[in-house]
Design a protein around this ligand. Sequence first.
Ligand SMILES: [Zn+2]
Length: 161
Amino acid sequence: MKFIADRMLGKLVKELRMLGYDTVYYRGENTYELIKLAREGGRVILTRSTKLLPKRPEDRIIRVTEEKPSLQLRELIQKGYLSLKEETFFSRCLLCNILLDAIPREEAEGIVPDFIFYQQKHFSRCPQCSRIYWQGSHPENMKKKIDELWESTKTQAPNHK
Ligand SMILES: [Zn+2]
């Protein structure tokens, strides 16, 4: 499932990318354009707006009811829209929404801080913005949150969908 999220959902966009979901962030205010982009990309629209309604059968819209950004990801998981796959976590650039390429460790030398270079074995790079990622390069609070969500879905009884 691929998403396009409206301008109200910036935090959710980064969290979805962190989970590995292809998520476009639409910062504009033109709902016609939003729907058009969703159709073109085969994306599900995420919005907080109650006014945005499907206009064609192929339009898929998920309304995020949770007001607090910190609870929105949990809402999507609890409603069964997301399936968490550990192997896709941290596979995508948070800024560009592009899959990262693994790079030889030597290529990170001199670019990442020395102590990181000596601590880490695996590095990857965004083909678009060239930002280098490593395990632990994502903000600690976001990682912690995903770990918690991951644990809670594993211990839950099978979800009705
Ligand atoms: Zn990037």
